[in-house]
Design a protein around this ligand. Structure first.
Ligand SMILES: Nc1ncnc2c1ncn2[C@@H]1O[C@H](COP(=O)(O)OP(=O)(O)OP(=O)(O)O)[C@@H](O)[C@H]1O
Length: 213
């Protein structure tokens, strides 16, 4: 019997601010696979990723990803400003109960910056540290919201290499991005056809304010 997918979504509708933004979404993402989410500003990519990460409930439909399987990288890097690069990574390794931080330092080219406090890093360096955090989580499903913002071309390539290594190790990735990451093996899902219809046109009514909106 084949292994179940790491992420399985059926008839999913998601809401923001009490309004349905996307509905009728179906996809599966298996081990070793990446799904790129595309769509214009405001279509609901962040809202969908937040739902996949367990930060807000679905409005309708089913979602099989376990929140504890997911490592979520949001727009903010989530760094501890006064801690050094290595202290930030050790902090996350302790939170997630994982081991060495060296693979993460090397993957995102942070070794030369290891003793620098996070507040002193440039925007792109901070972003590299935020992405290095993914590697120390040890979690199989990476859910990434515009991960390459502030990255130069070389850093985008480093990041794509890290994603490929994650997939090769049996992980999966869902990535909202407006740029071409060069992950040609990834499937692309354009969310435009899933824009929620207004209730008067038969769409789902978003009748709650999400707890974490
Ligand atoms: N806190 C909020 N309260 C109410 N509405 C919100 C809130 N955050 C986002 N929205 C609205 O929800 C819709 C979906 O937003 P979302 O951030 O998911 O879109 P997106 O596809 O990620 O956009 P972008 O490409 O600009 O990042 C948008 O119309 C947005 O204005």
């Amino acid at each position: 019997m084949s292994e179940p997918p790491l992420v399985s979504v059926a008839g999913l509708a998601v809401a923001r601010g009490g309004l349905a933004v996307l509905e009728g979404i179906d996809f599966v993402v298996s081990r070793g696979a990446a799904l790129i989410l595309r769509g214009p500003n405001g279509i609901g990519k962040t809202t969908l990723l937040r739902t996949l990460a367990g930060l807000q409930p679905p409005l309708a439909g089913t979602l099989s990803a376990l929140p504890e399987a997911v490592a979520y990288a949001a727009h903010a890097d989530g760094l501890k400003a006064t801690l050094s690069v290595t202290e930030n990574l050790r902090f996350w390794a302790a939170v997630y109960g994982t081991g060495s931080i060296d693979p993460a330092l090397n993957a995102m080219n942070l070794s030369a910056l290891r003793d620098r406090p996070a507040h002193s890093l440039s925007a792109g360096q901070k972003r590299r540290l935020g992405l290095a955090r993914l590697l120390v989580t040890g979690r199989p499903v990476w859910v990434l919201d515009e991960p390459t913002v502030s990255l130069d071309a070389a850093s985008v390539a480093l990041f794509a290499t890290a994603v490929r290594a994650h997939l090769a190790g049996g992980g999966a990735a869902l990535i909202a991005t407006h740029i071409d990451l060069g992950l040609h093996e990834a499937r692309v899902l354009d969310l435009t056809p899933f824009r929620a219809r207004p209730p008067e046109a038969g769409g789902i009514r978003g009748s709650f304010d999400e707890a974490f909106a």
